[in-house]
Design a protein around this ligand. Sequence first.
Ligand SMILES: *Cc1c(COP(=O)(O)O)cnc(C)c1O
Length: 365
Amino acid sequence: MSQTYNFCAGPAMLPHAVMEQAQKEFINWNNTGVSVMELSHRSKDYIAVATAAEQDLRDLLAIPDNYKVIFSQGGGRGQFAAVPLNILGDKTQADYLLTGQWSKLAVVEGKKYCQVNESNILMPSTDGIVAVKPASQWQISSKNTAYVHYCPNETIEGIEINDIPDTGDIPLVADMSSNILSKPLDISKFGIIYAGAQKNIGPSGLAVVIVRDDLLDKAKQETPSIFNYKLMAENGSMFNTPPTYSWYLAGLVFKWLKAQGGLSAIEEINAEKAKLLYGYIDSSDFYGNNVATVNRSKMNVPFTLASSDLDAAFLQQAQDANLMALKGHRIVGGMRASIYNAMPIEGVKALIGFMEKFERQQRGL
Ligand SMILES: *Cc1c(COP(=O)(O)O)cnc(C)c1O
């Protein structure tokens, strides 16, 4: 059987080398005679795993000392609630920038806790091309807004924002669930960055939160303890039992990223993969993608076929060729290839080879 490539948006594929290592030590971790998932989270052995994972993440992202890293539960969506609960403080409103489904879902949750000032930052479009306004044109509603929330990579629509807005004294909050660790990042521009793990960090069950120290003292009294950043940080993210196996696997992914040469190296590979795939889509009039070049996501590549009547055949034949999970999100239809860090360039080449073959077949060539 030829190699399977998994293009799922999440939970997504993990690096092959990481899976092999996890398999090798699955029932006997570090000669303890037990699996790492059977260790107490308070044991010396496990604390070493947890601490190394945090340090490796700090190294990769060059996280400054005045930021805490929290390994949380509740996924990305848990943070939709945790953010307002933790940092509204005595303010009653927050700004949410809208670019697609995930930024809108953050609003739905945010509205339970505060007045949400919504601002659509997509350009008005007449030609069907989707583009985001430059950050210099984004408006902050008032100086009383507690924070500005946005989603730099809309996983469903494949829209990525590379600009980082300057929000002055107002904390900038970013949902980086689908593009964290895909490139180097200037953490100091943000108040909070959070990400569900199952796209570019590790398996599901974990969310990583990077939060600036000065935002730790504002939590509402009713904030659930397990979502309270200060309490979690003070307890090394072990206020309650963390998802220990997910945390361990995330740690292996961080080590793998370091071995690849860190985030600058992975950024180059990601750029190359995206260039190949978008380049092929653009070169063909059978496939299409309507996102403006500057905003094309390097992680999630949605595309359409000449006719949606062909979608089912495309997906079936792709599956038969061991190219998995290419169905687009039900809201936007079409196809979507998620090509996170773990997707090797060979996977992208295999996909393009299949797309060429499918196109020729449909044209009867
Ligand atoms: C997947 C995703 C989420 C939701 O994550 P869960 O862990 O399922 O809660 C939130 N935001 C973005 C941008 C995502 O891609």
